[in-house]
Design a protein around this ligand. Structure first.
Ligand SMILES: [Zn+2]
Length: 226
């Protein structure tokens, strides 16, 4: 006699867990008794309920039932609308000017310390202006703020260029034993003369980078299509 019992190998049939019907076609209702194990059921990422076929709304990462989606969408739309309302324009201008001044001083300081006029540092002007505009406008983002930001960034870039050139001119003059000075705040004529001293293609590139930063930071968020 063998120990061996006649075991009938009940080869467990693997349940069809396959992702065969992956959300492609409509799931045909199969009548009663199937509520236990529908394999293609989709639950709402928000309320957790089972979503009837055809009522899903897929976003980039999640799936919602249509009513949850509508509610979330309305919330997001309200937030997006809010970003361009009740703008403190006075604050925006002050913030932009302060940020631009700070950026210009950083660039100028960098140049004085290193004796190198590294134009790419002008990017801090654009960032300073953009951040300043957003912060003091009440955390707002709008086209109008972008326009304010760009104008201030250009003005700040021009002033910073003046200060940088002024420093180099005075250093060069001092090196030759020439006593002289240039005002820290120039009149328009002097500003133009000094700023245009040695303008090159790179100045345009660096100005472009600063302007792009100042344009980008107050840019309003746009919602995609429904
Ligand atoms: Zn839901």
């Amino acid at each position: 006699m063998t120990d061996r019992t006649d075991r009938i190998d009940r080869t467990e049939r693997p349940e069809a867990v396959g992702e065969s019907g992956s959300a492609g076609g409509p799931v045909a209702p199969t009548g009663e008794g199937t509520a236990d194990s529908p394999s293609t059921e989709v639950t709402c990422a928000q309320c957790g309920r089972l979503i009837p076929p055809g009522e899903w709304v897929r976003t980039e990462s999640k799936t919602f039932c249509s009513s949850c989606y509508a509610r979330l969408r309305a919330t997001v739309e309200a937030v997006v609308a809010q970003q361009s309302q009740d703008i403190n324009y006075g604050g925006a201008v002050v913030g932009g000017l302060l940020g631009g001044l700070l950026g210009a001083l950083i660039w100028w300081g960098f140049t004085v310390l290193t004796h190198v006029s590294f134009g790419l540092v002008a990017i801090v002007i654009g960032i300073g202006v953009g951040k300043g505009v957003v912060m003091l406008s009440g955390g707002k983002h709008a086209r109008s703020l972008q326009a304010i930001s760009v104008v201030i960034a250009i003005a700040s870039f021009i002033m910073a260029t003046y200060w940088v050139n002024r420093t180099f001119i005075l250093q060069a003059a001092a090196g030759q034993g020439i006593e002289g000075t240039l005002p820290f705040i120039p009149d328009v004529r002097l500003l133009i003369d000094i700023v245009t001293l040695d303008l090159g293609i790179f100045d345009a590139v660096f100005l472009g980078i600063a302007v792009w930063q100042s344009w980008k930071i107050p840019m309003p968020v746009r919602l995609g299509p429904r």
